[in-house]
Design a protein around this ligand. Structure first.
Ligand code: SF4
Ligand code: SF4
Length: 440
């Protein structure tokens, strides 16, 4: 039994509303989701793609297994011939035992990385089914308490780590003084609203300073807003759609008040994925701004000649955050930014859209009971980096960074891990003007 499974087994008996889960599964199974459930041919190819299966070899951690609870409800209630199956006793109802057994698989064993989808011959998006399944588990009264608490903190206090407006103002003031950098907060009008993740503000504050330095140098009209600053969406990760909507509404109201045409998501993969690809659907209307990840935004300014960097000799490799590369589409931008900075750049194998996850996405980083399996997943990354021989691993996600920093400490790995924006800010070519290149 894994530590997560034993933690669940040792928990006091919980009240579980099985009917609420059945109702939620039924409500969420639209034609799009049903097509995934009908399409699985049980070939098992997804097993090799999932880091949780790779490190545990536990057959329950084959990605397709995560479809089981929703498929069971679908077969009994909504699938073709569901009535006949029920009559013949071929479609049992979802049980309390099912929910108890699958809770760990749905919450602790899926980072929603999407790697299984790229090998699936039917292109089944298991990550999106897992996200919906979490809503049904929460409706039943299940879900990891630390993840649920993070979502409630975001709703009630402004961020999962308790970064209230007052904390934001204090931290920004302190960082601006300490680093002698202008960090704009609550500028009345701005073209660009920059978000931060509370992981950055509380654990990696240099990342906030780095973004400010780069945006200032590029001549961007930007600001942070105390009306909407938190980029992470723990409502989405925790299966609480009402919280997810509140958090996106907060960002949208802040952008509208500023008249911002662009919202920049900082170094956080899931924050980008949720706002960019699901934000409008969750909010219930089109987003009145463009959503760009910081790597996309900086790459565009480098292309335009507004940012130039000095080279660094240290050999380095790049860890692709799943939601920024594979699921986000910004795979090339990080490499474009590093081109000319990393004079000795080495790709991992596999890399880019096929890279292995850090093990802490999808809210898994917030789960104390999942620490052991996260560390095992990090062994894949250690091996990958070691094969490159690179002295430094760079990434563009503070959640990946936190996951890997904790695993590094737990496993005693001495590799160097660096943030992309921090690296770029340190190697900014201050002698270059921020004026755009003349058109040729
Ligand atoms: S690879 Fe796709 S079709 Fe095959 S078992 Fe996995 S989810 Fe089902
Ligand atoms: S999305 Fe990633 S973590 Fe989830 S089942 Fe697929 S490969 Fe595993």
């Amino acid at each position: 039994m894994t530590s997560a499974a034993s933690a669940i087994a040792d928990a006091p008996a919980r009240s579980i509303n099985v009917q609420a889960a059945v109702d939620k599964f039924n409500a969420l199974t639209n034609a799009h989701i049903a097509s995934y459930l009908d399409a699985c041919v049980h070939c098992g190819q997804c097993a090799q793609a999932c880091h949780f299966h790779e490190v545990t070899r536990d057959p329950r951690r084959v990605p397709a297994m995560k479809l089981a609870p929703i498929t069971k409800v679908y077969r009994r209630h909504k699938a073709p011939f569901a009535g006949l199956r029920r009559t013949l006793g071929l479609a049992p109802e979802l049980s309390r035992k099912d929910l108890e057994e699958w809770e760990e698989l749905i919450f602790d064993s899926c980072t929603m990385c999407g790697r299984c989808t790229v090998v699936c011959p039917m292109a089944i998006d298991i990550a999106s089914v897992v996200a919906l399944s979490r809503q049904a588990f929460v409706a039943a009264g299940l879900g990891p308490p630390d993840l649920l608490q993070a979502a409630d903190n975001a709703r009630d206090r402004g961020s999962p780590l308790g970064v209230t407006r007052e904390v934001l103002k204090d931290r920004v003031e302190w960082l601006a003084d300490e680093h002698e950098t202008e960090i704009r907060l609550d500028k009345p009008k701005a073209d660009v609203l920059l978000l931060i993740s509370s992981i950055e503000l509380m654990k990696y504050p240099r990342s906030v300073v780095a973004m400010a330095k780069l945006l200032n140098h590029a001549g961007v009209d930007w600001t942070l807003s105390s009306r909407g600053y938190e980029s992470t969406n723990f409502g989405f990760l925790a299966g609480k759609p009402d919280v997810a909507r509140t958090l996106i509404a907060r960002i949208t109201e802040a952008a509208e008040a500023l008249g911002a045409r662009t919202v920049i998501v900082p170094e956080c993969g899931h924050a980008f994925g949720v706002l960019r690809w699901s934000g409008a659907n969750i909010l219930g209307r089109p987003l009145p701004y463009e959503v760009r990840h910081i790597t996309e935004f900086l790459a565009q300014h480098k292309r335009d000649g507004r940012l130039r960097f000095k080279p660094i000799d240290t050999s380095m490799t790049y860890h692709d955050p799943c939601q920024i590369s594979r699921r986000g589409g910004a795979t090339a931008d990080a490499r474009y930014l590093l081109d000319g900075v990393a004079s000795d750049f080495r790709e991992m194998t596999p890399t880019g859209n096929y890279n292995w996850c850090c093990g802490g996405g999808g809210g898994v980083q917030a789960l104390g009971r999942a620490a052991e399996v996260r560390h095992e997943v990090f062994r894949i990354k250690m091996r990958q980096v070691s094969e490159t021989g690179a002295a430094m691993m760079v990434s563009a996600c503070s959640n990946c960074r936190l996951t890997m920093d904790e695993s590094k400490a737990a496993l005693g790995w001495d590799g160097e891990l660096e943030s992309l924006v921090e690296l770029l800010a340190v190697h900014l070519d201050d002698t270059a003007s921020s004026a755009p290149r003349p058109a040729r």
